[in-house]
Design a protein around this ligand. Structure first.
Ligand code: GRF
Length: 207
């Protein structure tokens, strides 16, 4: 696919960036010449995020917009995000471990063009500590979800889920590691479909 025809993707992170790396690897033209998307920017709200150096090492523009100077003024922080996204010509956003709550105004601007990955089988276990909560609830299975971002936290149309059974002896760390591996498979599959205009959910099972 020609570079002009590809959807331009920005990935927003706050930390390690392992999902970001999986997404970048999947869009590498050497791996998938027909991929309908291309990464144009990796953006972090934390200048110390390890993912920034990983993105730069792959030749993807990587930028920090530190939220701290904007404390108390989310709109100004998001205006700075928007400026960077516009400068990069981003058309789609993938949230990948981005730990700032976005305002309804920002979400509305990107509605239908912004994805998130969450480490649970939504609508179960929105929010934090999802692995602990799945174990405490006695769930039979756990996993991750990619969804479109709407004004409600960890809500919005589901674009894909990957499931793993909860096994006797599982701990939050064991579950987290299994779910993380599933995330790295699921998010690239969903992005590839979504960028081609296909919103049919991707359903994966741990093997
Ligand atoms: C992932 O578990 C993702 O589901 C959640 O934040 C974590 C990001 O991890 N939203 P990484 O930075 O991609 O390694």
């Amino acid at each position: 696919m020609s570079a002009q025809a590809r959807r331009r993707v920005a990935i927003l992170i706050s930390g390690t960036g392992s999902n970001m790396e999986a997404l970048l690897a999947s869009m590498d033209p050497a791996a998938d010449p027909e991929h309908p998307a291309t990464p144009v920017l990796v953006l972090s709200n934390d200048p110390r995020a390890a993912g920034l150096a990983k993105a730069a090492a792959r030749g993807v523009p990587a930028l920090a917009v530190d939220h701290k100077p904007y404390r108390g003024d989310r709109a100004a922080f998001e205006a700075a995000l928007d400026a960077a996204l516009e400068e990069a010509g981003a058309e789609l956003i993938c949230l990948a471990g981005f730990m700032r709550i976005l305002t309804p105004a920002f979400v509305a601007r990107w509605q239908g063009r912004m994805l998130n990955i969450h480490p649970s089988l939504l609508p179960r276990h929105k929010g934090l500590r999802t692995h602990e909560r799945a174990l405490e609830a006695g769930d039979a299975e756990h996993g991750c979800t990619v969804h479109e971002v709407t004004a409600e936290l960890d809500d919005g149309p589901i674009l894909g889920q990957a499931r793993t059974p909860i096994l006797p002896g599982d701990t939050p760390d064991l579950l987290a590691a299994r779910v993380r591996r599933l995330e790295h498979r699921l998010y690239p599959l969903v992005l590839r479909r979504f960028a081609a205009g296909d919103r049919t959910p991707v359903m994966l099972q741990d093997d």
